[in-house]
Every structure is written in structure tokens, then in C-alpha cells.
Design a protein around this ligand. Structure first.
Ligand SMILES: [Fe+2]
Length: 271
């Protein structure tokens, strides 16, 4: 069996946990495939946990709670049992420390919907052993890419590496009214705006037309795209894409095919 695949998922709004969508179906399919290949565990970076200074942390909380989410019935997530993989987490801390990262465990961190929304949708029957890696609030693309390239070797051991963030994610440019008034995150009175479509296309081009080290260069360069700041008012939801590029962009990954597996637009301009 070859290396495990690597996924970047746009988790969207909190309502993606409770509503059916093409993306939710795709996440489940990816989860089923992972279970079929009997993965050892999941290593995941989200968008909602960022450490200050030059630090990164990994969750060493043996019993993490879930930060509550708005617009979702608690039945959809409260009883789902998270499954932190402390052994692999400690191993990842060692691996990252050896590469020079200022990294430590955090045994009080509660997990956030960016991560548990994806786990619940992928693995509704039970959470695989999971290692949760924070991002860093300086939002340096190359720094996050290096976290991914450091942990890439776990793909050889049948661990599934996931980044969860957003491809087009600017909360200031979303149209919130249908969600606030009617609880409808998918309502669209107009198509997404041109800046959103343009950046979405740039992301697809990078993912599907580059591979190996070229993927890493192209993915980090997206942060200099003329539409980047329209698509991401803040950088937090794009760091996991850099992590994924590190994990999937080695020389050995050259010519590995990649797809844009699902596309859901919410709040008019978020993908
Ligand atoms: Fe988010």
C-alpha cells in the first residue's frame, strides 16, 4: 500500500456540521476510504487554534471537551467521543522539536468545530485516534509548510494527514442575512462575487495542476495573489493549506494526481 492521501477541507460555517451538503458527503467518502485502508490515526491542523510568538502546541488533553457551536443542535455533536492519540502526539512533538520548532503539549485545550466537525462528518461511527496540531499566529506560510513536511513521513505509516480551513473565507464579505434570519447557510440571492470566483479558480489550478515541490511553491505564492486579501481578510483559514502542501509536496509526490473533490458555497461568498 502506498502513502496515505492528504486532504485539505474547507469546513465553512458551523452549520456545515448539521446540514447536508456535497462537501459533507465527500468528507464521509474520504472517511470511509480511510477506514477501508485501516489508518492508524489522523493528524490534523485546524484554523481556530493559533499560538503566539514562535510557538506551536499539540493537544495533550486526554479528555477534550468541545467548544459549543451556534446554529447547530447539540445532538449533532455533544455525544460524539473524541479520541486523542497521546502516544502519536508526543512522538510528533519530538519530531517537530528535532526540526527546531518551539513546540510543546497543551493538556487543557478544548477542541473546536473546525476539527470536530470534520471528524464527525468523516467518521460518524467513531473517532479514530487523532493528533491535533495548532497553527501559529504569525501566519507564515513557509513555517506552516515546514510543519507539514516534518510530519509527512507519518503517511508511510498509514496516518491520515488533514488540514481544515477555507479556500475562500472572508467573514467580512459573507452575506449573513439568510443564515441569521432563516437558518439557511446555502441561500444565495446572487452568485459568488468575481473576486471569490477568481481566487477559487487559482486554488483549484494550484491543487490540480502542480505537484511535488512545485505545489509547495505555488500554494505559498497564493498568498501573494492579487485577490488573496479579498478572499482571506485574515490568514488563519489558509494556514492549514500550507500544512497540507508540506505534507503532500515532497519530490516523491511529483505527478501524484489531486482533485477538487467537493464544492459548497455558503453565505454567498464562502467556499
Ligand atoms: Fe472556521
Amino acid at each position: 500500500m502506498g502513502l496515505t492521501p492528504v486532504h485539505f477541507f474547507s469546513h465553512g460555517s458551523t452549520m456545515m456540521l448539521g446540514e447536508e451538503s456535497e462537501s459533507a458527503d465527500y468528507w464521509k467518502k474520504c472517511g470511509d476510504e480511510a477506514l477501508e485502508r485501516n489508518i492508524k490515526g489522523v493528524v490534523i491542523m485546524g484554523a481556530h487554534w493559533d499560538c503566539m510568538g514562535d510557538k506551536i502546541e499539540l493537544s495533550t488533553n486526554p479528555n477534550p471537551n468541545k467548544s459549543p457551536v451556534a446554529y447547530v443542535h447539540p445532538d449533532k455533536y455533544q455525544n460524539y467521543k473524541l479520541n486523542p492519540d497521546l502516544e502519536t502526539t508526543n512522538r510528533c512533538i519530538q519530531m517537530l522539536a528535532q526540526e527546531g520548532f518551539n513546540v510543546s503539549g497543551n493538556d487543557t485545550f478544548d477542541w473546536i468545530h473546525d476539527v470536530y466537525l470534520i471528524l464527525i462528518r468523516m467518521f460518524p461511527g467513531g473517532c479514530p485516534p487523532t493528533t491535533l496540531v495548532s497553527a501559529n499566529a504569525r501566519y507564515d506560510p513557509h513555517f506552516h509548510m515546514k510543519i507539514g513536511s516534518t510530519l509527512r513521513q507519518l503517511r508511510r505509516e498509514n496516518y491520515l494527514i488533514i488540514g481544515t480551513g477555507g479556500a475562500v473565507h472572508n467573514l467580512y464579505r459573507n452575506r449573513w442575512a439568510p443564515m441569521m434570519r432563516f437558518r439557511d447557510n446555502f441561500a444565495m440571492e446572487t452568485p459568488p462575487e468575481d473576486w471569490a470566483m477568481e481566487f477559487r479558480q487559482a486554488v483549484e489550478d494550484v491543487i490540480t495542476k502542480t505537484s511535488g515541490v512545485q505545489l509547495r511553491r505555488a500554494m505559498t505564492r497564493l498568498m501573494k495573489h492579487p485577490r488573496y486579501r479579498d478572499a482571506h481578510a485574515t490568514d488563519d483559514h489558509f494556514m492549514a493549506a500550507m500544512f497540507v502542501a508540506g505534507a503532500a509536496g515532497d519530490e516523491e509526490d511529483e505527478n501524484t494526481p489531486a482533485i477538487l473533490g467537493a464544492e459548497s458555497w455558503e453565505l454567498t461568498n464562502m467556499f
